[in-house]
Design a protein around this ligand. Structure first.
Ligand code: FES
Length: 105
């Protein structure tokens, strides 16, 4: 397990990008829960964001790919709109130890 961040490093309704040993990740805090995914759009296997930490749509209710606009459910990674509908983001297993978020890569 590797340290990703502190739970409090990500504000409610916000996302943050990370890179650990060449693996790009994003973490989103949504309704008090944390979700961690590989930062790779299933459409073209490229990073989701153009601007640092800009992973969410305007309403902050979906993860959005900046390239072609695919929308993914925050709590499951399932694509519900765009060129990769029914595909999903790869979720990353993590544990919380106190304030520390540890990911399994
Ligand atoms: S690369 Fe993400 S929707 Fe096309």
């Amino acid at each position: 397990m590797q340290f990703l961040c502190k739970f409090s490093d990500i504000e409610e309704g916000c996302a943050k990008g990370f890179e650990i040993e060449g693996t790009r990740l994003l973490a989103v805090k949504y309704r008090g829960e944390l979700y961690v995914y590989e930062n790779s759009c299933p459409h073209r296997s490229i990073p989701l964001e153009w601007q640092p930490d800009q992973f969410l749509d305007y309403d902050k209710t979906f993860i959005q790919c900046a390239t072609h606009g695919a929308l993914f459910k925050i709590d499951s990674g399932e694509c519900i709109s765009g060129p990769c509908v029914e595909d999903r983001l790869n979720s990353v297993t993590f544990t919380r130890e106190g304030e520390d978020i540890l990911v399994e890569l």
